[in-house]
Design a protein around this ligand. Sequence first.
Ligand SMILES: NC(=O)c1ccc[n+]([C@@H]2O[C@H](COP(=O)([O-])OP(=O)(O)OC[C@H]3O[C@@H](n4cnc5c(N)ncnc54)[C@H](OP(=O)(O)O)[C@@H]3O)[C@@H](O)[C@H]2O)c1
Length: 303
Amino acid sequence: MEYVTLANGIAMPVLGYGVYQIPPEETEACVAEAIRIGYRSFDTAQAYRNEAEVGAAIRSSGIPRTEFFITSKVWISDYGYDACRASVLKTLEVMGLEYIDLMLLHQPFGDIYGAWRALEDLYNEGKIRAIGVSNFYPDRLVDLCAFNRIRPMVNQVELHPLFQQTAALETMRKYGVTPEAWAPLGEAKKELLTDPILTAIGAKYKKTAAQIALRWNIDRGVVVLPKSVHTERMEENFNILDFKLSEGEMASLEALDQEKSLFLSHTDPATVEMFVSTLKPAPAEEAPAAEEVPAAEEPTAEE
Ligand SMILES: NC(=O)c1ccc[n+]([C@@H]2O[C@H](COP(=O)([O-])OP(=O)(O)OC[C@H]3O[C@@H](n4cnc5c(N)ncnc54)[C@H](OP(=O)(O)O)[C@@H]3O)[C@@H](O)[C@H]2O)c1
């Protein structure tokens, strides 16, 4: 395995296995199969509802806990200091683990400051080995870095050859934040896995377009987390550690950048509203309108 060193000095595998959209009843078997193939880094989230099954596979593997790198993420319904702290402790309980290697704030919305301070404290208490964020675009990331004691060590965002986010990576590097790719295969949507440039480079190394897409991210310093429920694809995605792309090949992939998410824009107000709509009514909506506040409660001139 190859590793990157996070800002706090801990080593993280450059290649992990993601479990988004794997049903809970299939997750333990998938993770066990991935462990058999050689994966040691696993990426789950409170919102995926399969943390327990990931933890069960890790515990029953017979492999020392220290050989694994386990990531989970706090969902926005548990932002704010107290709720975030309680949710991380719950994740540890549900997964049956003494510590988490990396805990991320899943989305940049809501009381991220309170949640971040809870992660800082849990990090200082040794319950989390590294803390980070996900889907924080440059302005949100710089803001968080500027006004907190600890900077995020990782930012997990959508990164694949069709959405390369070169400027966002520069901001992450400036602040010592390791970039991590979600949907490194673009969720096999669109033309990514049949792209002629990826396929031609793959022919040279006897690799598939998917393997070239993964290696390309690693070769620009990005951690990848491909997901598959199929053994042969898990093996294919793991078998990328025996070659590197040349500078010319890396440059030729720049032409694939469509500079647009395949899924959603986190800077679009409609996206924020979509996430907010999944929560309970916001406190502002529950507060009485100004004209409903009794006059007696208005401050008088003498006060
Ligand atoms: N932080 C976030 O907001 C966020 C968002 C999305 C994802 N993530 C994380 O990132 C991980 C990866 O992203 P993702 O699961 O969305 O997408 P992905 O890994 O880019 O793509 C997964 C899709 O590609 C297929 N596939 C996998 N390997 C393949 C191969 N070698 N050839 C052809 N098809 C292949 C899979 O199908 P089969 O399973 O049928 O093989 C699945 O449909 C997630 O599991 C999750 O841990 C995080």
